[in-house]
Structure formats: structure tokens, C-alpha cells
Design a protein around this ligand. Structure first.
Ligand code: SF4
Ligand code: MG
Length: 332
């Protein structure tokens, strides 16, 4: 497919006072193809949501570029931005916090259409809201009720209906199922997949673990402390992970089949995520990496394409670096 979104060496830093800088996103690059689901995965605090908001232009960039259909989202004219904000929508982790509790479901879903002046009559708008409610598995009787009258899963459906109101082509889903009961998660994922097929949507799907993402994404980018550490197809990431952090994320997924478990080395993540205000030198993962070598504190790993479309940032996969005398694997 063709590239719909291109993120090039994107940085988003925050000034946190006292001359300190929080490097929430510190140089990430990836393309998203039209119609695919691209998973962006990493622990909370690694910069995924900031990346999502910067891509949508809700945050200014510090450096780098975000191109949507070839146009920079940070330098658009007001007119271009209006059109862009119809095409790209965001759904959020907490469907309750993101829905105004004093608005009816009708008002919540109709609001973006009103802002963009999409319908001339109330009747047209009403019909469109009813259609959207049906699209997400709710019905017209729900329109006059309030968010608190719904379950978490239903509230997320309302949020999804609202995100579809302007007939977007791209949706950033920021942990849309993380706050839901496990039994409801699969239903919401199925809904998102059906909507993608029916409406030809492209998704950037943000998640803090790989358990659901690896089934629904065509490709996955793994983020750690503001950096992209690995990027490849879902299948490749699962079968042949290259980065120790990816291995650790995979190890955290319970494997139902004990035969599979034997074939994979399990890595447990030690310690906490370091502060992005004062990140480790060299490789940002080194303080938690079971394979860390002396060179890892000296040198920032390069973003290497090891096989076509399979990128990793780790010295273990850099033949040049591994020739150095300080590239010695310390026994775990
Ligand atoms: Fe671990 Fe070094 Fe690779 Fe970083 S570069 S992931 S510390 S082995
Ligand atoms: Mg987040």
C-alpha cells in the first residue's frame, strides 16, 4: 500500500523548569501504510501517547517531521488543518474521562459535526447519529441517555462513534482497551477491526503490552524511553525478536501452550523505567538489559535494517560495534 503517514526523526521535548528537559519523544521514525494497523508498544511513560498527540498536531514538535499524505501537520494553514482534523481522529484510553458527563450521547456524537458545520438540519444530524450508533453496535434509544448510564465497553463504543462522526480515514487509538475488562476487550477489538474493513480505516494502535496488539497489527514499533528500539511485521516480531526489550515484552505474555514456552528464553524486566529527564547514556535500555556490555554506556545504538523492513537499535546486532574490545557480553 502507499504511505499515508510518515514520521521522520520526530522529537518532542518538554521544558520542566530548572533548566531540565524531559525528552518524551527523542527521535522516532516510521511510516504507516494506508489501510494497515500499526501497533506502537511500550511500557507506560515511554512516550507513546506524546508521540500520538504530536502526530495529531496537538503538541508542537521539537524537531523532525510528521507528514500526512505528504504534508507537514505542523506547518499547515488553518484551512488545511481543518481538513486534516476531519481525516485524523483520536480515541482515548479512558472513555469516561473523554466524554462530557453532562452531555447526552446524541450531543457527544453530534458535536464534531456541528463544529465542522456538516449538516443543515437537525433531522439530517439525528439520522447520521443513529447510523453511527448502529455502526458501533448501539442503537437510537441510547441517544438521549448520559455516559454514566453505560458500561465501560459501551462508553468506549460511544467514543468510537464520536471519532467516526467526521468520516475520518486515520484513527489514533491510544490504549482503547486497556481500561476495559478482559472479556470486553476482545469485543471492542473486533468492532475496531470490522469498522476498519467497512470504512477502509488506517489505525495507529497504541498499547502498553503485546498481548492484543500482535494479533491485530500488521506491523509493530516498540518504544522505550522516547526511542524506537525495534520495528517489523507482527509475525517477525513474535517469531524473531531482535531487541532485548522486545524479548522482555514477549516474555511478559502468558503462553497457553507449554510446548511453545520451552522454545523461548524468558526475560524478566528488572527495576523501574529510568526518568526521561535524565536518561542513561549510550543505550537507553542498558540499566535494565540483561546483555548490557561496557560499550552500551558509551555509544548510542544505530537504527539498523537487519532484514528488509526489520529495524533494530541494539549493539548486539551491529557487526562493526561487536568488533570493539568493549563489546564483550557479560554472562547474565
Ligand atoms: Fe542491551 Fe546493549 Fe543492546 Fe542496549 S545496546 S539493548 S544495553 S545489548
Ligand atoms: Mg499513555
Amino acid at each position: 500500500g502507499d504511505v499515508i503517514l510518515s514520521v521522520k526523526d520526530l522529537k518532542r521535548h518538554f521544558d520542566v523548569g530548572k533548566g531540565l528537559t524531559l525528552k518524551a519523544v527523542d527521535g522516532i521514525s516510521f511510516d504507516i501504510l494506508r489501510g494497515e494497523t500499526f501497533g506502537l508498544v511500550g511500557e507506560s511513560g515511554c512516550g507513546k501517547s506524546t508521540a500520538g498527540r504530536t502526530i495529531l498536531g496537538l503538541y508542537n514538535k521539537t524537531d523532525g517531521e510528521v507528514l500526512y499524505e505528504g504534508r507537514s501537520v505542523h506547518t499547515m494553514t488553518d484551512n488545511e488543518r481543518q481538513r486534516f482534523l476531519k481525516k485524523m481522529q483520536m480515541i482515548f484510553q479512558d472513555p469516561y474521562a473523554s466524554l462530557n458527563p453532562r452531555s447526552t450521547v446524541y450531543e457527544i456524537i453530534a458535536e464534531p459535526m456541528q463544529i465542522h458545520g456538516m449538516y443543515k438540519t437537525q433531522a439530517e444530524m439525528r439520522a447520521r447519529v443513529n447510523e453511527l450508533l448502529e455502526d458501533v453496535g448501539l442503537n437510537r434509544d441510547h441517544a438521549n441517555r448520559y455516559p454514566h448510564e453505560f458500561s465501560g465497553g459501551q462508553r468506549q463504543r460511544i467514543g468510537i462513534a464520536r471519532s467516526l462522526a467526521l468520516d475520518p480515514e486515520f484513527i489514533i487509538a491510544d490504549e482503547p482497551i486497556s481500561a476495559l475488562d478482559v472479556s470486553v476487550q476482545a469485543q471492542v477489538v473486533k468492532l475496531l477491526q470490522r469498522l476498519q474493513r467497512e470504512k477502509g480505516l488506517t489505525y495507529l494502535f497504541i498499547a502498553h503490552d503485546l498481548s492484543m496488539v500482535k494479533y491485530i497489527s500488521s506491523r509493530i514499533g516498540v518504544m522505550y524511553l522516547g526511542h524506537m528500539v525495534e520495528l517489523t511485521t507482527s509475525a517477525q516480531l513474535y517469531d524473531k525478536p531482535l531487541h532485548p526489550y522486545t524479548e522482555a515484552l514477549l516474555s511478559a505474555i502468558p503462553i497457553p501452550d507449554p510446548d511453545i514456552e520451552e522454545s523461548r528464553e524468558r526475560i524478566l524486566l528488572q527495576g523501574e523505567l529510568p526518568s526521561p529527564i535524565n536518561p542513561p547514556s549510550g543505550c537507553v535500555f542498558r540499566t535494565r538489559c540483561p546483555y548490557a556490555m561496557p560499550v552500551c554506556g558509551e555509544l548510542k545504538p544505530k537504527w539498523l535494517e537487519k532484514e528488509e523492513g526489520h529495524f533494530v537499535a541494539c549493539h548486539l546486532h551491529d557487526e562493526e560495534v561487536m568488533k570493539r574490545s568493549d563489546a564483550v557480553k557479560v554472562p547474565v
